[in-house]
Design a protein around this ligand. Structure first.
Ligand SMILES: Cc1ncc(COP(=O)(O)O)c(C=O)c1O
Length: 469
């Protein structure tokens, strides 16, 4: 192969060889996902240690580097495999990887519209699709972020700017005790003191209690505070609980609060048959966090924030500078005007390409399958006297514990989890609810089908039989 005089500009033959080598490497990995163990950390310390190294002065052959990457990928949780039922699974639809390859190889700039108007339109259109799918009206707009945490951050900043202005330390934010911890983190990053954070109780199904919201707002008002934002859960991480959105929206409207839906996990279930009724009220929220890297099965690194009054995003984020005068046309808003970021990847393509290539129906079908698999797992475990179910699945999380005394169930629960995961066919995770140990199984990967959920349920039942007799 002819070596280029400029190593950072390999010639066409070398580029092609590199591209083929990477494609072969990735395709072999993806093809074997179903047979790979659900996790494998055996010998990880040695693999990890092999990457503690000095910066290389001279380059190494790609084949050698891919050879080193293989064990680093293998020694991990198989988060892309069908057996991943822990936390909130993602998946990694392959079309997004192709999109990332195109986006980074062409390296166009989409932060300002003028630099690549049609590519910015692709991203704008993909975001507009999300607004439509969530039932938001014309005038809504949004941004793509790296994930739900940063979407929630920008939502809080936008709500703060709209409802409180420059001075906001006396503002109050309401959310249930089941809310994801990235919401309180985002509130702190947005400048709010702990005193602004008002955690509210949940009902037996772990949903925010509307009467408690109303009472807390009135109480805070009477003490001179400024209630301005309620964050409602559309699928909690613990159990998939959906807060009563219509009542939350009604109370928020009565008191002039902004309603933000953290639908990072649950929002895309609106696409499944019956999903609009399941998530009724999401369309009335002021802003919505979605995580396409969860409910649309895309690779990690893609969140979205949708805002009903699209102007609010610009009012909260827009700044100007003379050195961008050539690319800032009066009246036109680029993504940099709507979000904290300026330079960034062309992430719209990783959403647009899979939706275009597969069509939304393929995603609707997958989401419907996840709901029914979770329902099936719930019913199978519920019918086994060794399990105590926390709730019927509101979405695709099944939460349960072993029956018996609290001491026994809390002691044997981790052992059951360890036994089931040790088979390396599936991977489940646990949580604590009301200080009690709880196992959870979350069905969300597009690669998870009936066989793997059946495998998980059988392993749980067998493990429970061994532990409880
Ligand atoms: C309900 C909910 N909100 C927000 C987040 C944070 O999203 P991300 O991890 O994409 O930042 C998560 C993550 O699991 C979540 O489950």
């Amino acid at each position: 192969m002819n070596a280029s005089p400029f190593p950072l500009e390999p010639g066409p033959a070398e580029l092609e060889a590199h591209t083929r080598a990477v494609a072969e490497f990735v395709l072999a990995h993806v093809a074997s996902l179903g047979e790979q163990p659900s996790f494998d950390l055996d010998g990880i310390e040695a693999v990890r240690a092999s990457f503690r190294e000095a910066v290389p002065e001279a380059g190494r052959p790609l084949g050698e580097l891919l050879g080193r990457l293989a064990p680093a990928i293998a020694k991990s949780y198989n988060t892309a495999g069908p057996g991943y039922l822990a936390y909130i699974p993602g998946g990694g639809v392959y079309a997004s990887a192709l999109a990332d390859f195109i986006a980074t190889a062409t390296n166009r700039y989409v932060g300002v519209t003028q630099a690549a108007p049609a590519l910015a339109q692709i991203e704008g259109t993909a975001v507009a699709w999300l607004c439509t799918l969530m039932g938001l009206p014309a005038g809504s707009r949004g941004i793509l972020t790296s994930g739900g945490s940063l979407s929630n951050f920008s939502a809080i900043v936008a709500a703060r700017h709209e409802r409180l202005g420059e001075s906001f330390q006396d503002g109050s934010i309401y959310f249930s005790g089941e809310t994801h911890h990235c919401v309180t983190k985002a509130a702190r990053l947005a400048g709010f003191p702990r005193a602004s954070l008002r955690e509210l109780p949940t009902d037996a199904r772990r949903r925010l209690v509307p009467a408690a919201l109303d009472a807390a707002i009135r109480d805070d008002r009477s003490r001179g505070r400024r209630p301005f934002l309620v964050v409602a859960n559309v699928g909690t991480t613990n159990t998939g609980a959906v807060d009563p959105l219509p009542e939350v929206v009604r109370i928020a409207r009565e008191h002039g609060l902004w309603v933000h839906a953290d639908a990072a996990y649950g929002g895309f279930f609106r696409l499944a048959p019956g999903g609009e009724a399941l998530l009724r009220g999401i369309e009335d929220c002021d802003s919505i966090t979605l995580d396409p890297h969860k409910g649309l099965f895309l690779p990690y690194g893609l969140g979205a924030l949708l805002v009903r009054d699209g102007g609010a995003l610009a009012r909260a984020h827009r700044e100007s500078a003379s050195y961008v005068q050539d690319v800032t046309a009066e009246g036109s808003l680029g993504f940099a005007d709507l979000s904290p970021e300026l330079s960034r990847d062309f992430r719209g393509l990783r959403l647009w390409l899979p939706l275009m290539l597969h069509g939304v129906t393929a995603f609707r079908e997958q989401l419907a399958e996840k709901l029914s698999l979770a329902r099936w797992a719930y019913e199978s475990l519920r019918d086994d006297p060794r399990f105590e179910m926390l709730d019927e699945p509101q979405l695709s999380v099944v939460a349960f514990r072993l029956r018996g005394t609290a001491e026994e169930a809390d002691r044997l629960g981790p052992e059951l989890l360890q036994r089931v995961n040790a088979r390396r066919r599936v991977f489940l995770s646990s949580t604590r609810i009301d200080s009690r140990y709880v196992l959870r199984l979350c069905v969300l990967s597009f690669r998870t089908h009936e066989d793997r959920v059946r495998d998980a349920v059988e392993a749980l039942r067998e493990g429970a039989r061994t532990l409880l007799g």
